[in-house]
Design a protein around this ligand. Sequence first.
Ligand code: PAF
Length: 294
Amino acid sequence: MSSRCAVVRGIGEMREARERARRAGRTVSFVPTMGALHEGHLSLVDVARRHADEVVLSIYVNPAQFGAGEDLDEYPRDLERDLELAAARGVDVVFTPSDAEIYPEPQTTWVEPPEEMARRLCGLSRPTHFRGVLTVVLKLFEIVQPDVAVFGRKDYQQAVLIRRMARELQLPVRIETAPIVRESDGVAMSSRNEYLTAEDRPAARALSGALMVVRAAFRAGERSGRVLGEKARSVMQEAGVRVEYAEIVDADDLSPALEAGPSGICVIAGHVGSTRLIDNAPLAGSCSLDDSEE
Ligand code: PAF
């Protein structure tokens, strides 16, 4: 290990660490994760470091955001490796609580996201996912009390809902987002990429391929949200992806964009073998896909 970070498991200990930072006049950035860290997470740490004196990263596989039959038990876990990666990237504190700390009793009080934003896109197949995410993120914010929290734009719907929660609940935290990081073949980095086999790879690549096609069509003048969504869908289907959704949405409220404008986002999801993948890109402006575009 090139350096060390403090590893904190208890809520009380985490609050003490935060209090010490406050007394020393140090600001804190927070990167919540479910572990299985990859370059995407570590790029969030880089953003977090630019915004505060100390970086806290949490590693907690939150059962409340997994539905019945989802991959909670199989979700990749490798704490030793994660701690090494976090320390090498300059994380100051890793907070890795247990289920008993976060859910000491059955959870009956939830942060319910607005239905029109959360019961579509990923929320159609995962109807309780976002209330699980918002509830744990609010708990983590309350424990870590960060000045800034950083989320990846790969989970676009999640980032929009967290920003909205922070605004409507008037939480004293600034939400920053960071660009998608891609593997060399364009596949958006995700802990679930570990499930992909070599045979799955061409289909997995079709998600970023579909986004490039949509961006090119928008540049060429196509403005129908329906036509652009259909283009993404057919690229994915031709590569063997079982498409869950392919839509153009408003960047702020995720409503479907009938007439696509430069602030629209193309959001897509599909299954490759047994792996569910999501991706997105803005219709206009530069993004992480540009490295792979001509
Ligand atoms: O994006 C994730 O890894 C999770 O949804 C989060 C934000 C850590 C909450 O469990």
